[in-house]
Design a protein around this ligand. Structure first.
Ligand code: ZN
Length: 258
């Protein structure tokens, strides 16, 4: 944890103004900031907030990154009322959050709304949760690369620049890019049908490292989602997060991808 103290010590302009620190992670975080499971780093039961706070002598708040991104979206939105907002943070994984009347829906222990683990298929790639068929394994960077190249890829080979490359391909009518985005949007629709039927959201916001292709994804989701929701329910407003790379403060630069 020394790197946090080192980073703070390197600040010259604002060090004396810092009263607390917030850290987000792509994993299960209890209400008290205790990290229950962080698959991307192999962490289980790590009291990250306490470890950092002891190192820097400042309060430290640890939050799930999708929750933080969703709250950042709401907090930076000048509209006075948002109703029910579902946020999906799509990158290395597929994190989820729900905000109801400007308050996060956390679940009993703070661990709820793990939409990436909605089961949308009977089989599929092995998920970090140990199951198969989870939406996250069909809607993430690795899946986009699989759809774009028509072959499987290993985690280490996933290119973080892929969404921008696919977006550029879409702009010139590249069929591989079209197939990649359309396939990903189809799988996302499977999950969003269930999410929309469950929560009747006013708005569904997409964010995360997949940002360059998310407008194209929204364009391909809206029609099928509207047709497959329970008849009589309203299609939620589908938007792309406007805060981009600043949506939350992920722990470690490499984790920003989720
Ligand atoms: Zn899963």
């Amino acid at each position: 944890m020394g790197l946090v103290a080192d980073k703070l010590a390197s600040l010259t302009l604002y060090r004396d103004s810092i009263r607390a620190m917030g850290v987000t992670v792509p994993g299960l975080v209890r209400r008290d900031g205790h990290v229950i499971n962080l698959p991307i780093l192999g962490w289980k039961d790590v009291n990250l907030g306490a470890l950092i706070a002891a190192d820097i002598d400042l309060p430290c708040h640890v939050e799930n990154n999708a929750n933080a991104a969703a709250f950042g979206h709401i907090y930076s939105d000048p509209r006075p009322h948002h109703g029910v907002v579902v946020y999906l943070k799509i990158g290395t994984g597929c994190g989820g959050a729900v905000i109801i009347d400007d308050k996060l829906l956390r679940g009993g222990n703070g661990l709820g709304t793990e939409f990436g683990h909605l089961r949308i298929a009977a089989d599929g790639p092995l998920c970090s949760c140990g199951q198969r068929g989870c939406m996250e394994t069909f809607v993430n960077l690795k899946a986009l690369q699989r759809y774009a190249t028509n072959r499987d890829v290993d985690e280490a080979a996933t290119d973080p620049q892929l969404p921008a490359q696919v977006a550029a391909g879409l702009a010139v009518g590249d069929p591989d890019a079209e197939r990649a985005v359309t396939t990903l949007a189809g799988h996302l629709t499977e999950g969003l049908v269930d999410i929309s039927n469950l929560f009747d959201p006013d708005e569904v916001v997409l964010g995360g490292a997949m940002l360059p292709v998310l407008d194209a994804v929204v364009a391909r989701v809206a029609g099928p989602l509207g047709r497959r929701m329970v008849p009589g329910m309203s299609l939620p407003l589908l938007t792309v997060s406007w805060i981009g790379a600043f949506e939350c403060a992920d722990w470690g630069g490499g984790l920003g991808a989720s």
